[in-house]
Design a protein around this ligand. Structure first.
Ligand SMILES: NC(=O)C1=CN([C@@H]2O[C@H](COP(=O)(O)OP(=O)(O)OC[C@H]3O[C@@H](n4cnc5c(N)ncnc54)[C@H](OP(=O)(O)O)[C@@H]3O)[C@@H](O)[C@H]2O)C=CC1
Ligand SMILES: O=C(O)CCC(=O)C(=O)O
Length: 426
């Protein structure tokens, strides 16, 4: 077992993400030619919906869960963003993630605004039937504020294609609209897109490869540690492994596995249960999630929960490069420490943006009835991701700022331009 000093996800020194998001906007206002009034408005969500979700559990008891949907800005198109099921989800968490969706969609030049939702629940504590009842009731509660042209949810942590299928079905029963464009990330047999599930992991891998190349770290033999082996982490690991990188560590909620010679990612993916119990990990060492973040690797990819790189552990990060597969894995304080130490951090709004980009293709497919092949999805996704990477690279070089600010500057400029053109406020 490799160990490291224990860290908590958010220390006293690490401010809440929503405050960081607001401060970032102030800083960005100096970088781009945007009026202060727009910047002030964009610090706040347009609306935050909060609903109660009563669910009958398998043992006959009723439990009431809290659900949220934060809608940040829709100047560029309908609100768009995932729904997460995780313990401790709050309205504020959804607000900061909704703000990030506004910037992510603008950076990829998609005709969407930003939203995020969630239910405070540990999905691992629910049976499939309980999840189905919870999801259908949440969908009923969301009826008045979601729709293919208003707000389009998608999967996020703890939710998946099946969750989206249940929401699409409730919406169809309520409205008669059978196009299923109300949510993306559905199973392909009910209007979903081949390639949506792998897309955020694919973009994370693609951006990691480009960034590594930028810093003269060749993909062949590139050592990579990935926290999280779910939708994003699992697909990023598989692709990087396929492209010749050496994925030496991956983890799930219970901890991780490490092999300096590289893990057998395909075999690990084929297994079930905790990673450390899988046959493919028999020769690997176990390590904690904290220790994984401090491994001496070329690329570290946090791809699980937010707030894992903090003021406490950033001084111990040994990776040459951090690529954010998860949303908001790096606190503002950790960002500052890593910048000081010369460790580049490629931001979430670029790296994992393949998810919402593929969601856009799915929404188009549902809207105009033309289905996309898996190859078409991959080709167009890669093209758009590489274009976004280039835009951020140019912004960084022109402005001489960290990668995160460079990406946000491109996005803020586009959102502000849309507001200015419409002239609706201030
Ligand atoms: N799915 C999507 O379309 C997108 C997701 N993202 C972001 O990527 C991140 C991961 O999402 P996604 O892959 O969908 O989620 P999944 O639920 O598919 O996977 C999450 C992974 O993280 C692990 N995990 C959960 N809690 C912890 C913890 N406290 N410490 C360490 N590992 C943990 C899970 O382990 P276990 O399996 O044991 O529970 C699992 O391996 C989130 O930040 C999400 O917002 C970003 C863009 C798109
Ligand atoms: O696909 C989408 O609409 C959003 C995915 C998401 O929630 C994210 O990118 O964080």
């Amino acid at each position: 077992m490799i160990s490291a000093n224990a860290t908590t996800a958010e220390t006293a020194a690490d401010e809440p993400a929503v405050e960081t998001a607001k401060r970032r906007l102030d800083r960005l206002a100096d970088l781009v030619d945007v009026s202060d009034e727009y910047v002030e408005r964009l610090k706040y969500p347009s609306q935050v919906h909060r609903v109660s979700i009563p669910v009958r559990l398998d043992d006959g008891d009723i439990e009431v869960f809290e659900g949220f949907r934060a809608q940040h800005d829709n100047v560029r198109g309908p609100y768009k963003g995932g729904i997460r099921y995780a313990p401790g989800v709050t309205a504020d968490e959804c607000v900061s993630l909704a703000m990030a969706m506004t910037w992510k969609c603008a950076l990829l030049d998609l005709p969407f605004g930003g939203a995020k939702g969630g239910v405070a629940v540990d999905p691992r504590s629910l049976s499939t039937e309980e999840k189905r009842r919870l999801t259908r009731r949440f969908a009923e509660e969301m009826r008045s504020f979601v729709g293919p042209q208003t707000d389009i949810p998608a999967p996020d942590m703890g939710t998946d294609a099946q969750t989206m299928a249940w929401i699409a079905d409730v919406y169809k029963m309520q409205t008669g609209d059978g196009t299923r464009g109300v949510v993306t990330g559905k199973p392909p047999r009910v209007g979903g897109l081949a390639g949506r599930e792998e897309a955020p992991g694919r973009s994370t891998a693609l951006v990691a490869r480009e960034a590594a190349n930028y810093y003269d770290l060749p993909i062949d033999g590139l050592t990579v540690a990935i926290q999280g082996f779910g939708s994003v982490g699992g697909h990023a690991a598989r692709l990087l492994d396929e492209w010749g990188a050496r994925v030496v560590a991956v983890s799930d909620i219970d901890g991780g596995v490490f092999d300096e010679n590289g893990l057998d990612i395909d075999a690990l993916s084929a297994g079930t249960g905790p990673l450390s119990d899988r046959d493919a990990a028999a020769e690997a060492d176990e390590l904690t999630n904290d220790a994984l973040l401090e491994l001496d690797v070329d690329v570290l990819i946090p791809a699980a929960v937010g707030g894992v790189l903090t003021a406490d552990n950033a001084p111990n990060v040994e990776a040459s490069l951090v690529v954010e597969g998860a949303n908001e894995p790096t606190t503002a304080e950790a960002d500052a420490v890593l910048a000081e130490r010369g460790v580049p951090v490629i931001p979430d709004i670029l790296a994992n943006a393949g998810g919402v980009t593929a969601s856009y293709f799915e929404w188009l497919q549902n809207t105009n009835g033309r289905s996309w092949t898996h190859d078409e999805v991959r080709d167009e996704l890669d093209e758009r991701m590489l274009a976004a990477w280039e835009a951020v690279r140019e912004s960084r070089e022109a402005r001489d700022v960290p990668w995160r600010d460079a990406a946000y500057a491109v996005a803020l400029e586009r959102v502000a331009e849309s507001h200015e053109t419409l002239g609706i406020w201030p």
